[in-house]
Ligand binder design. Structure first.
Ligand SMILES: [Zn+2]
Length: 361
């Protein structure tokens, strides 16, 4: 524990899959760890801890330091730390959860090979092994470098925003508080209705602020910008290169110094299910709140900054019109809460299910 080892390209990370009894070994599968979200998280944590009004994200490369397992012998790990500056032991800690997505893929491989039953739950351990067959590539680190971004943190007051704001979803400790005007939600709901069975979307623009009272960082979404030139289908929205060029231009033209804090897109499940029998609508897996694999891939590819948000505008027979928000937490995409500004004044409107989308089957 006191002597953490840097995990680099000379190592292979292996997931060891056990049956639910946690003692029967099913198999060992090498995984490709995506280190970037951890690095982004660590960098942003450093920004949050600082008191500066400006910060630079993404300069230089970072190392993942293995944290050895408390009870099992080396090379089993219980996680890793990514120090940005200062002591390794004070650096953000990433637990075995960080490997969850890869562990599930490892589980699927073992189902394919017949070692694990379809749907069988399992537990896993993670260990790190030096690559034996390859020449050491000294000096090469994991790809935890990302584009450099200078963040201007605005001085602002959360107390003012909190006045008349309502929490949507659950606020987890450690999450950066986020504020979204009710008007932005209303606009996305209108867009959902207009697009019929197609998904539609755009970006959330605004500012990262440092609270005048406690110095904490929070996000203030000021507006949404519909994304032009997207390729929409019923279940997937694709942002094309032209979309990004146009959005960059629009945000600059606004002249407000806004950041792209995230993106939003719609899941018009009520429209998708309108032709289905009523009894199957409620049970449809696409009805209700979800973040698809495609959604996660887009978020990871384009919105990999630790502060990046993904707002889903969901309209389903099961849940009505809802706004599940997702964001990065310890390098993983998780459901998160946000504060709705001006929610009280339009509460009546927001509790109404979106009308006009439902069709008779
Ligand atoms: Zn989606």
């Amino acid at each position: 524990m006191s002597d953490p080892t840097i995990i680099n390209h000379d190592h292979t990370v292996i997931v060891e899959v056990y049956r639910q009894d946690a003692t029967t070994l099913v198999g060992q599968v090498p995984i490709d760890v995506d280190w970037l979200p951890a690095a982004e998280c660590a960098r942003f944590e450093a920004v949050r801890r600082s008191t500066e009004g400006a910060a630079v994200l993404g300069s230089g490369s970072l190392d993942a330091h293995a944290v050895w397992h408390e009870t099992l012998e080396k090379p089993y790990v219980s996680g890793f730390r990514v120090p940005v500056d200062g002591d390794v032991n004070d650096a953000p800690l990433f637990g075995l959860d960080y490997f969850k997505t890869q562990a599930h893929k490892a589980g699927s491989k073992l189902v394919e090979s017949g070692d694990l039953q379809e749907g069988e739950s399992f537990s896993y351990l993670v260990y790190v092994q030096a690559r034996a067959s390859e020449k050491p590539r000294a000096g090469r680190r994991f790809a935890v470098e990302s584009d450099t971004q200078t963040l201007a943190l605005r001085g602002a007051s959360r107390v003012e925003l909190d006045d008349g704001a309502a929490l949507c979803g659950e606020h987890a400790e450690g999450d950066v508080p986020v504020y979204v005007p009710q008007r932005v939600l209303d606009e996305t709901a209108d867009a959902l209705q207009r697009a019929g069975t197609d998904e539609t979307g755009g970006v959330l623009v605004g500012h990262l602020c440092r609270d005048a009272d406690d110095g904490g960082v929070f996000g203030h979404v000021t507006d949404q910008v519909p994304a032009p030139h997207t390729e929409a289908s019923t279940t997937k929205l694709t942002f094309t290169p032209q979309t990004w060029t146009a959005l960059d231009g629009i945000v600059r033209m606004r002249g407000e110094g806004e950041l792209m804090l995230g993106w939003w897109h719609t899941h018009p499940a009520r429209a998708w299910c309108s032709q289905c029998p009523i009894e199957s609508r409620m049970k449809c897996p696409r009805s209700g709140e979800f973040f698809s694999e495609d959604d996660a891939l887009l978020h990871r590819t384009v919105f990999s900054r630790a502060y990046s948000l993904a707002l889903v505008v969901s309209d389903s027979y099961a849940d009505g019109l809802t706004y599940p928000m997702f964001g990065w937490r310890r390098g993983r995409i998780e459901r998160r809460g946000f504060h709705v500004i001006g929610a009280a004044s339009s509460a009546e409107r927001s509790t109404q299910p979106a009308s006009g989308v439902a069709q008779h089957a």
